[in-house]
Design a protein around this ligand. Structure first.
Ligand code: HGY
Ligand code: MN
Ligand code: MN
Length: 416
């Protein structure tokens, strides 16, 4: 394998995919079931076929590229990541895991022919939760844990219902195979670190041991709209003031709890959102993460109690809606050892590490032997147009993936 070629192909494919949903300010916005998402999946389908893979969709909108075993009873080794992005995100988050899978499968098919076990790369339809209050839609459909009862009520910030958006994109109508998979033998996700540890330690590969648990809530405060000039401070039911009090108190509680707990308010919506009206609605999101499930749960309870106390204090109504609760999960020990051996054999500096970011691997890990492999993020920046990983590091990640997929798909019996 020509490393320089692999480096160039990886870099070119990152730029190629980033064109779908390219923002004028240089980032990428590819939200589930939007036109840029549809164009990206269609382009990915053409690219997979041009690279020699058989392709198919499932009814959630996950796109698969496949090299089939000659054994009709064979199980499937799955690699891949998510094609959706955050708003104005980077070019590598999710995208690199799909691109690496394409490059790996093409190399394996051209070099070794049909594998003993099917090998597939998946362009997962959604992971970020950036358009709708729902995350991991692609991987939870594959594992049969998708919140299908929840989707009937949810809408995006423009009021478009989830089911309408899904159907308009051609999915959820029974036109494609059911997303539930029982044939997966293992799932391997290659992803950028989205942190600065690998670069600071001049280490090329991160082998993830555990992914933190994560809860996401929306807190809706309701007060009373009124005149900004004629309403005395003590008479107000100011929803934004109450929400602000909640947010500051939650952040102070997170500081008291200390690392590795993290709490983030990333989004706030105010109504009527005009300068001379006391807000009667203020809704904000809360993202909480911790590697221990009991600490995650305890902090979440503390945060909710803060909200109800502040609402009472301000004479507000408050509604708390938790729409994500994903538990901390360990990666498969046998796969982890295989990756260590591969890094040693390839002379790649590596380290074992946790993941503070959520990944589809944590959904898959509850159902199949799963591994998550990181390559460095320059200055640890992610969810930002400045997200960057060098072509050397991209190619190193692909080389590890190729070897691991070869071992799982062509050589030893996989973990069944
Ligand atoms: O939020 C996360 O951890 C991931 O990027 N979806
Ligand atoms: Mn990601
Ligand atoms: Mn992300």
């Amino acid at each position: 394998m020509n490393i320089a070629d692999l480096q160039q192909q990886a870099e070119e494919m990152v730029e190629w995919l980033a064109a779908y949903g390219a923002d004028p300010e240089g980032g990428v916005t590819r939200l589930l079931y939007t036109s840029s998402w549809i164009e990206a999946q269609q382009a990915m389908d053409r690219k997979m076929r041009a690279m020699g893979l058989d392709t198919y969709y499932d009814d959630a909108g996950n796109l698969f590229g496949r090299i089939a075993s000659e054994d009709p009873e064979a199980g499937t080794i799955l690699t891949g990541s998510h094609v959706d992005t955050v708003k104005c995100g980077g070019k590598y988050d999710g995208a690199f895991g799909i691109i690496a899978g394409l490059l790996a499968l093409r190399y394996l098919k051209e070099t070794y022919g049909p594998p003993k076990r099917n090998i597939e790369v998946v362009s997962l339809c959604e992971e970020e939760g950036s358009r709708f209050p729902l995350t991991f839609w692609g991987s939870t459909n594959i594992t049969g844990t998708a919140p299908t009862d929840h989707i009937a009520q949810i809408r995006d910030s423009e009021g478009i219902p989830f089911v309408e958006a899904m159907n308009k994109a051609g999915f959820g109508l029974g036109h494609y195979r059911s997303p539930l998979r029982k044939d997966i033998l293992s799932f391997i996700e290659l992803h950028i670190e989205q942190g600065a540890i690998l670069e600071r330690e001049q280490t090329t590969i991160g082998i993830v041991e555990q992914i933190v648990g994560q809860k996401r809530l929306t807190i809706e405060c309701s007060g009373e709209a009124n005149h900004a000039g004629t309403t005395p401070m003590g008479w107000r039911k100011d929803a934004l003031r109450g929400a602000s009090q909640m947010i500051v108190a939650i952040m102070e509680a997170a500081d008291r709890r200390g690392a590795p707990l993290v709490a983030t308010v990333g989004k706030i919506e105010v109504e009527p959102n005009v300068s001379n009206v006391i807000p009667d609605k203020a809704a904000f999101t809360l993202d909480i993460r911790h590697p221990q499930g009991d600490v995650l749960d305890a902090f979440c309870e503390e945060a909710v109690a803060i909200c109800f106390a502040a609402a009472q204090d301000r004479g507000l109504q408050v509604k708390v809606n938790q729409h994500l609760d994903v538990r901390p999960v360990g990666m498969d020990a046998s796969l982890l050892r295989s990756i260590e051996t591969i890094c040693q054999a390839q002379g790649l500096p590596y380290r074992l590490m946790p993941s503070g970011a959520g990944h589809d691997a944590q959904i898959m890990a509850a159902h199949y032997p799963t591994s998550l492999i990181f390559v460095p993020s320059h200055r640890g920046i992610s969810h930002n147009p400045a997200e960057y990983t060098s072509k050397e590091d991209l190619a190193a990640g692909v080389q590890v993936l190729i070897r691991l997929l070869y071992e799982l798909g062509y050589e030893k019996e996989t973990i069944s």
